[in-house]
Design a binder for this molecule. Sequence first.
Ligand code: GDP
Ligand code: MG
Length: 139
Amino acid sequence: MATNRTFTMLKPDAVEKGHIGAILEKISASGFRIVAMKLTQMTKADAEEFYAIHNERPFFGELVEYMTRGPIVAAVLEKDNAVEDFRTLIGATNPADAAEGTIRKMFADSISENAVHGSDSDDNAAIESAFHFAGRDMF
Ligand code: GDP
Ligand code: MG
C-alpha cells in the first residue's frame, strides 16, 4: 500500500535563483501539505551517502559538487499518493523532456541542475526523510 508522504529538496540552483517561494507556492497549490521543512547545506559526505545509488555513474562527482555548493530547502510533503503525484508535478529528470507546467520545466535549465528532488519510492521517501529530519521535527 502506498504511504502518503514523500521527500523533496529544492536544490542549490533553485535557491540561488530565488525560486523558493514560487516553487513552494506551486507545491501547496498542488495539494501537498508541508509536514517538515528547513534550509540546510549538505556536506560532501552527506551528498555521497544520499546519492550513493549513483556512485558508479560518470556524473557522480559533478552531482556531489552541485548538491553541496550552497543551501537547499529540504522538506517532507503529505498528500494521497504523494510519491507518484510529486514525481508527476516535478516532471522528467531532464527539463527539456519535462511536461509543460511541471516544476522542472518552469524552473530548471539542465539535466544536471534540475531545481528539485522527489523520492522515487515509498521506501526511499522514508529513508530520505529520516536522513534530514528527526521524528519530532515531522508534523
Ligand atoms: P531524478 O530521480 O529524476 O532526480 O534523476 P536520477 O535519480 O536519475 O538522477 C539524480 C540526479 O542526478 C538528477 O536529478 C540530476 O541532478 C543528476 N543527473 C542525472 N542525470 C545526469 C547526467 O546525465 N548528468 C549530470 N551532470 N547530472 C545528472
Ligand atoms: Mg532518482
